[in-house]
Design a protein around this ligand. Structure first.
Ligand code: R5P
Length: 327
């Protein structure tokens, strides 16, 4: 046992499978607890083991249904605090509300900041998260935030494909200007050209893609984004890339949110492969995508981060092979 006390990792209901992978990496079992729904929708978290003075981690994505998951997270924190946990770290593989990170028009909230305030007020001491929609969200917290990148996970997967002779004539495409830095970093890590699409968002689920900066004719195109939500962005981009002569189109994103028309859109699109991480739990509605959907695990990445934080070690080593934050 170290000065942070014994390590305990608990699974929120959105991350039970991921938490098992994390605990597998740490060679331990998830902490014992129950989460119960009452008939009126209230949630109860009950710990089934002692956490007094322990170094506790709750792995929970605030994914769909976002408000229920967020409330569950706050209840976990309160429960651990009242049970006298020594330190409480929220491991948020996917941070919901991240897209409400600024006042881009008058009379709108900055909900990402509100969520950060709620997590801190509930009693969390630290946050670990992956590929925030905007890196500055870290600054919304007045507690330490370890903002990890899933790009090393993608780089490992795509380098394996390259070793098998796939991904020839590669071109990394940023499906919008906000993601150019990541696409550029991936182009350096995997080798390949870079192209950028100019996107205009018309509504929460529709986008218009206008211009392509760069050439994709005869190329294997790899698009990178932080998330695929309704898949409007990547599917509209894929149409444009196909029109411009792309040979094969792969879409990769850390968070496969895949809501609304996403599955239908992806199934009908010219995208041959959709590669996402397990930061958002898979839903049966994605079954029609079959082998088109590839899921990579961030479990070892999170396990390694927890191990290092628990042992007061630097997490910088986890940024090797990283394309850096979005912006
Ligand atoms: C936007 O800035 C994000 O990086 C994603 O491109 C966007 O959130 C994806 O949403 P959708 O799949 O609904 O187009």
């Amino acid at each position: 046992m170290n000065e942070n006390g014994e390590l305990k990792v608990f699974a929120g209901r959105s991350c039970e499978a991921l938490c098992k992978t994390v605990c597998g990496f740490l060679e331990g079992a998830p902490g014992r607890a129950k989460v119960v729904d009452f008939p009126d929708g209230e949630i109860l978290v009950k710990l089934d083991e002692d956490v007094r003075g322990r170094d506790c981690y709750v792995v929970l994505s605030t994914s769909e249904p976002v408000n229920d998951r967020l409330m569950e997270l706050l209840i976990w924190i309160d429960c651990l605090r009242r049970a006298s946990a020594g330190r409480i770290t929220c491991v948020l593989p996917y941070f919901g509300y991240a897209r409400q990170d600024r006042k881009d028009e008058g009379r709108v909230p900055v909900t990402a900041k509100l969520v950060a305030n709620l997590i801190t007020a509930a009693g969390a001491h630290r946050v670990i998260t992956i590929d925030l929609h905007a890196a500055q969200i870290q600054g919304f917290f007045d507690i330490p935030v370890d903002h990890l990148s899933a790009t090393p996970v993608f780089v490992g997967y795509f380098q394996d494909l390259q070793k098998k002779g796939e991904l020839k004539d590669l071109c990394l495409v940023s499906p919008d200007v906000g993601n150019v830095k990541v696409a550029e970093g991936m182009a350096k890590l995997l080798g390949g050209d870079l192209a950028i699409i100019y996107k205009k968002r018309l509504s929460g689920s529709t986008v218009e893609t206008g211009q392509l900066i760069g050439t994709v004719e005869g190329k294997t195109v790899l698009m990178f984004d932080d998330m695929i939500s309704t898949a409007g962005t990547v599917c509209e981009a894929a149409k444009l890339l196909k029109d411009r002569g792309a040979k094969d189109i792969i879409a990769a994103a850390t968070h496969g949110v895949l809501v609304g028309p996403a599955v239908e859109r992806l199934a009908a699109s010219p995208i041959s492969k959709v590669v996402v991480c397990d930061t958002v739990p898979r839903h049966a509605r994605t079954d029609p995508l079959g082998a088109k959907l590839v899921e990579l695990s961030v479990g070892p990445l999170l396990g390694n981060a927890i191990y290092r934080i628990h042992n007061n070690q630097s997490v910088s080593a986890l940024f090797r092979n990283s394309a850096g934050p979005k912006r």
